[in-house]
Design a protein around this ligand. Structure first.
Ligand code: SF4
Ligand code: SF4
Length: 310
């Protein structure tokens, strides 16, 4: 998916104006909304600011809505952000970003969204390959046109480029940092306290990638990521479907096994998912969308073994 940008300047520092500053972080279970929220809250505290944080967790599975309000300033009275008063809305899932737009300040609010789509099972009513699920129809360009200052990026693909698809949330944290006034070394110091041991360096790189991406876009709003070019309608291509299963990430929850429309998955003797009936797999992607741990990737490859993107 292409990356699209707006061309306005960052919003002013509300704290300097003496008012509470509001950051709304939204997404779905498993994406790291709470991690981002905690990093921000602790950072504010280390800067001597008063912070109030509130959060609502959906189910701890992909598809369950999660959001967190972080409010900080010299004095903060309430933990929840009133509608229309978020200085920054950062969305880790596209439809969630669209859904929470009314909370963004219409005049100065910064909108940052991952274009990643986590499509809930009830939206997948047609199990055919290429079937369109029921999902937000707004495009990044449309939303960015509507907001004061907007950014949409494919953080998942950027994280894959770094070699760790799970670092997408840290990339988004880096983008958030570029919309705020705290020093870079303070961000990195607090981030280090939240990431798993041994992943400090990859998370540092991911953070900087997100931060620098925003800075680059601000300098050149026309900057875009390469979009996949599809010369032919997908349903006319000769497609091979390939499932990539990351065994270490599978936690045996059984969701994909139960919800695969073709019943072609099961758990092996070590309780790790496997494709037991490759011929039955239609490549519908439901298992990929639903896995809470990103353990399945469905690849659509044409006869030259080149990945194609719907
Ligand atoms: S692949 Fe994902 S959804 Fe399937 S059993 Fe493993 S963790 Fe659960
Ligand atoms: S294994 Fe995944 S891609 Fe294949 S049919 Fe089942 S849910 Fe769809």
């Amino acid at each position: 998916m292409s990356v699209e940008t707006a061309n306005t300047e960052p919003s002013a520092a509300a704290v300097a104006e003496g008012r509470t500053r509001n950051v709304l972080i939204v997404g779905v279970g498993g994406q790291g909304v709470i991690m981002i929220s905690k990093v921000l809250a602790l950072l504010c505290q280390t800067q001597g600011l008063q912070v109030k944080q509130s959060e609502v967790h959906g189910m701890a599975k992909r598809g369950g809505v999660v959001f967190s309000h972080v409010r900080y300033g010299e004095e903060v009275w309430s933990p929840t952000i009133p509608m229309g008063e978020a200085d920054v809305l950062i969305a880790m899932e596209w439809a969630e970003g669209v859904r929470w737009l009314p909370f963004l300040r219409p005049d100065t609010g910064v909108f940052i969204a991952d274009t990643q789509q986590v499509i809930p099972p009830f939206a997948c009513r047609n199990r055919e390959f290429h079937a369109n699920p029921t999902y937000a129809t707004e495009t990044p360009a449309e939303i960015i046109d509507m907001v004061s200052d907007g950014f949409a990026l494919n953080a998942g693909r950027m994280a894959e480029g770094l070699g760790n698809a799970r670092a997408a949330n840290t990339i988004l944290l880096g983008t958030l940092s570029a919309a705020m006034d705290f020093p870079l070394d303070e961000w990195l110091s607090v981030l280090n306290q939240f990431v798993p041991k041994g992943t400090e360096e990859i998370n540092r790189q991911a953070f900087l990638l997100g931060r620098e991406w925003i800075e680059k876009i601000r300098e050149d709003p026309k900057e875009t990521a390469p979009a996949p070019v599809l010369k032919q309608p997908l349903d006319q291509l000769d497609i091979n479907v390939r499932l990539e299963i990351t065994r270490e990430w599978c936690k045996s929850c059984d969701i994909c096994v139960k919800l695969c429309p073709e019943r072609c998955l099961d758990l092996d003797e070590q309780q790790i998912v496997r494709l037991k009936d490759p011929a039955a797999c239609t490549g519908c992607r439901i298992c990929e969308w639903l896995c809470p741990d990103f353990a399945i990737a469905v690849h659509h490859e044409n006869i030259e073994n080149t990945e194609v993107t719907a």
